[in-house]
Design a protein. Structure first.
Length: 258
């Protein structure tokens, strides 16, 4: 694999080693991918495979038939003919070009992941079990796929119906600010498997207080979203969860007890 990795690097393809279990063998995972030959030679390639993170402007549609990927793809129009690799589990990687400024979801549906710049990696040929089905140029992502995957990464919380109980230079009333502090702490402490649920819960509770005039909606939502991303949530996914929780909370205004 070392010689294959060096050949790819000379062609401008950033690579890094992964083990037979596809786990990275570098300290920072796919963030260490490089075309520097000296570094590539220094890594351990014994019984390994070649990992590659998508570049900016490229998305890889990862279809896993074991988890229903083919059924998911059957719900949409066919992808254009493009560079395609076969995986060792008989899945497919479809390589497509996109506008690099777009923020995209990490999943199209069950069994279909979306790898994009800074958000994951794939194993590439000639790693054992991986081969090209179509080895050529990448096609442009079709508009239907863009429509399905592109999401908003900013959030407009809306205006407060109740008169604010705080000054314009404040984030909220003393009661509201204390609730915000506690909510952000709860979100930071949430375990990896419970971050979405905690984000929804915090957004709901603080949305109630914002509707009751205790919190500035713009400052509060910016703070919630900032911590959500800080804890490792994908920004686009975090916006979706925040939106649902926040607007549900706005329907049930709550103010500080007298």
């Amino acid at each position: 694999m070392l010689e294959a990795a060096l050949t790819l690097a000379r062609q401008g393809v950033a690579v890094f080693p992964v083990g037979p279990d596809k786990a990275p063998r570098t300290p920072r995972g796919f963030y260490d991918a490089t075309t520097t030959l000296k570094q590539i030679r220094a890594w351990d390639w014994t019984d390994g495979m070649i990992g590659h993170p998508p570049e900016k402007g490229v998305v890889i549609i990862d279809v896993d038939p074991r988890n229903g990927g083919e059924k998911t793809m059957g719900l949409f129009p066919a992808l254009p003919r493009t560079r395609t690799t076969k995986t060792r589990s008989d899945g497919r990687h479809y390589w497509l070009t996109v506008d690099p400024s777009l923020e995209m979801r990490g999943k199209l549906g069950p069994g279909v992941d979306v790898k994009r710049a800074g958000k994951g990696y794939v194993v590439i040929p000639p790693s054992p079990g991986y081969s090209y089905v179509v080895n050529g140029r990448m096609a442009k992502a079709p508009q239907w796929l863009i429509d399905e995957l592109v999401v908003q990464t900013s959030f407009e919380p809306g205006a407060v119906a109740t008169s604010p109980r705080y000054f314009p230079f404040q984030t909220g009333s003393p009661y509201g600010e204390a609730a915000l502090k506690n909510g952000l702490a709860e979100l930071r402490d949430a375990g990896e498997g419970g971050r979405h649920e905690t984000l929804n819960k915090v957004a709901f509770a603080l949305g109630m207080l914002s509707a009751g005039g205790e919190l500035d909606p713009d400052k509060t939502c910016a703070a919630i979203l900032g911590v959500a991303v800080e804890t490792g949530l994908d920004k686009a996914d975090a916006v979706d969860v925040l939106r649902r929780g926040w607007f549900a909370g706005l329907k049930q205004p709550r103010s500080a007890p007298r």
